[in-house]
Design a protein around this ligand. Structure first.
Ligand code: ADP
Ligand code: MG
Length: 400
């Protein structure tokens, strides 16, 4: 990591022609995201004098939050990292954003990891009449490469696609399903361009999701430059059942996903943990490490995903509960978040929501999946009460 405070030399070498900070400071007065809440003109002035060793500037960091003032469901973050050093070089902005987004997580706090599914209580029994599908995902970044908002068009991170699980690892991944990626000349791979197949369809759990690895459409991702040159340098690994997937070079270098129909969250989490360990071993064997530190946990592109990077979610039918005045309050108290079922920028259709953990940092993986299991159970119980015209007042939970 570079020393942020002394790093101002980089921006000079970039020779950026700019108007004075007062003129270029964006109007954030109507914005509702964490970045806009934290960034002041004085801070902007100071941070404009810096760049990461890879040339990522404060204007790059905040672009997505400038272009996207708000979001109907969730308080967005409004900034992204272009490389591992972003979090250190721009810490005057990033630390308070992280603190805000992650429930008071302090710069001195340490993150914890627990990827042992045996520690999960319950979760094998979420009512499949309500829970249509269950999913757990996380991201991982490869140290030494720029993150997707800032990687070059050559997208050297595509090199990851060459890696194949070996027999020794007894992994769940079937490399035969990898589209392309075995023909990159290792002598040139750092500067060559990787073209994988088109977006791969067929992994969805119809009719509840329409895309899994299509070009991102979310303005949050587009403004951050994450869909550049799609589908170059992108690819996907999956097992035969398509219940374990690894996306390469979408929002993060790696997105590791375990999913299946129905409410067996425990099974999904077990597969997630095993697969993730296999992938870590695979990368270690190739001499690559993941971006990680004691404070931030796993370092990912969006500050909202730091720590575990884990989002455990279900698509669940809650037509009554979602119209109840207490819906948002219950979600908040159970530390859950709602989305539409088509992804982060979509609306719920027919009372079906994507309900997932709101936190990523400061809680272990098991603790987060536990919140989803407990919270979804409660929401279904409430839904059933409301179906019968009964009150849910006595079921209101305390703040977790
Ligand atoms: P993430 O950032 O966790 O990948 P998004 O909201 O961007 O989540 O959604 C990515 C895709 O995954 C979308 O196509 C969405 O429909 C699908 N998806 C998310 N959760 C589930 C789930 N529990 N079951 C089925 N599909 C899901
Ligand atoms: Mg996403």
């Amino acid at each position: 990591m570079s020393d942020g405070a002394e790093d101002s030399g980089n921006v000079v070498s970039l020779k950026l022609k700019r108007r004075p900070a007062e003129e270029e400071f964006p109007d954030l007065s109507t914005h509702n995201n964490h970045m806009a809440k934290v960034l002041t003109l004085d801070m902007y002035k100071m941070l404009r004098e810096r760049a990461t060793p890879n040339g990522y500037t404060i204007d790059n960091v905040i672009q997505t939050g400038v272009d996207n003032p708000g979001h109907p469901f969730i308080m967005t973050v409004g900034c992204v990292a272009g490389d591992e050093e972003t979090y250190e070089v721009f810490k005057e902005l990033m630390d308070p954003v992280i603190e805000d987004r992650h429930g008071g997580y302090k710069p001195t706090d340490k993150h914890k990891t627990d990827l042992n599914p045996d520690n999960l209580v319950g979760g094998d029994d979420l009512d499949p009449n309500y829970v249509l599908s269950s999913r757990v995902r996380t991201g991982r970044s490869i140290r030494g490469f720029c993150l997707p908002p800032h990687c070059s068009r050559g997208r050297s991170e595509g090199e990851i696609l060459r890696y194949k699980p070996t027999d020794k690892h007894k992994t769940d991944l079937n490399p035969d399903n990898l589209v392309g990626g075995d023909d990159l000349d290792p002598n040139y791979v750092l500067s060559s361009r990787v073209r994988t197949g088109r977006s791969i369809r067929g992994f969805c759990l119809p009719p509840h999701c329409s895309r899994v690895f299509d070009k991102p459409v979310s303005p949050l991702l587009l403004s951050a430059g994450m869909a550049r040159d799609w589908p170059d340098g992108r690819g996907i690994w999956h097992n035969d059942n398509k219940t374990f997937l690894v996306w390469v070079n979408e929002e993060d270098h790696l997105r590791v996903i375990s999913m299946q129909k129905g409410g067996k969250m425990k099974e999904v989490f077990e597969r997630f943990c095993t697969g993730l360990t296999n992938i870590e071993n695979l990368f270690k064997e190739k001499g690559n490490s993941f971006m990680w530190n004691e404070h931030l946990g796993y370092v990912l592109t969006c500050p909202s995903n730091l720590g575990t990077g884990l989002r455990a979610g279900v698509h669940v039918k809650l037509p009554n509960m979602s119209n109840n005045a207490n819906f948002d309050e219950v979600l908040k108290r159970m530390r859950l978040q709602k989305r539409g079922t088509g992804g982060v920028d979509t609306d719920a259709v027919g009372g079906v929501f994507d309900i997932s953990n709101a936190d990523r940092l400061g809680f272990s993986e098991v603790e987060l999946v536990q919140m989803v299991v407990d919270g979804v159970k409660l929401l279904i119980e409430m839904e059933k009460r409301l179906e019968g015209g009964q009150s849910i007042d006595d079921l209101m939970p305390a703040q977790k």
